[in-house]
Design a protein around this ligand. Sequence first.
Ligand code: 3PY
Length: 282
Amino acid sequence: MNAEERLPLVANISLLFAEVPYLERFARAAAAGFTAVETWWPWSDPVPPPGGVDTLVAALDDAGLRLAGCNLYGGDLPAGERGIACDPARTEEFAANLDAVVGIARRTGCPVFNGLYGRRRPDVPVAEQDALAVAQLATAARRLGEVGGTVLVEALGRGLNGTYPVTNAQEAVAVVDRVRETAGADSAGFLFDTFHLTTSGDDLPQVIADHVGVIAHVQVADAPGRAQPGTGVVDVPGVVDALWAAGYRGAVAAEYSPTVPTEQTFGWLDETPRLAALTPRA
Ligand SMILES: O=C(O)C(=O)CO
């Protein structure tokens, strides 16, 4: 298969290469043969510490990697938070984070930014939370669109993420539609994640058939367990073929928690010729 017939492969360095400290994962990914990485928001605050973005850019440059995706600040992830877009108490954090994210987009050319919706607050009407999330994601879509970026909406597996309200493809695409309409721009898209969608009971080939036009990024992991493809029930090679056949031409990120050292988890790529091959450095 020619290089032009393959989809670009990306390593998610928040989950892959987690055997080593964060800044060492860039070199590991390059040594394994990746040419691009994506990351969850790398810092604990919405605004990077002084020099933080320089350090990120240097880590990418030193390893010869592109930044292919980045999450917006998601709140306190270890404590279970999953985004702040719908939370009226966090609008200043969202705005400050968005300024930083636009700066990262400018410096790195990163094309997609995952704007996690946020879990429900019990004390604020649902309609108010939804209106706020759509308005803030629309602002993100407009501002990122100006620098060549796209904001992503991700469904997270039902039952695994507390009161996170966007749990399947239909719900995520409905948010994308509202965000696009509000922004007056198409720089918002659906993040198709095989682990999360399977966990929520979605039929992946049907989701592709129904929604390929709004899929702006893909992440693969098996389910259950979120480990490397081949450890669960997801037919990752089949999904990648179906995406290609339906016309998807974006990136596919390996976003899983390896059950063995990361370098030993890439056997599934041999069964997935539609993805760019790894070319380890000598
Ligand atoms: O929190 C998660 O599980 C994610 O996939 C964030 O992008």
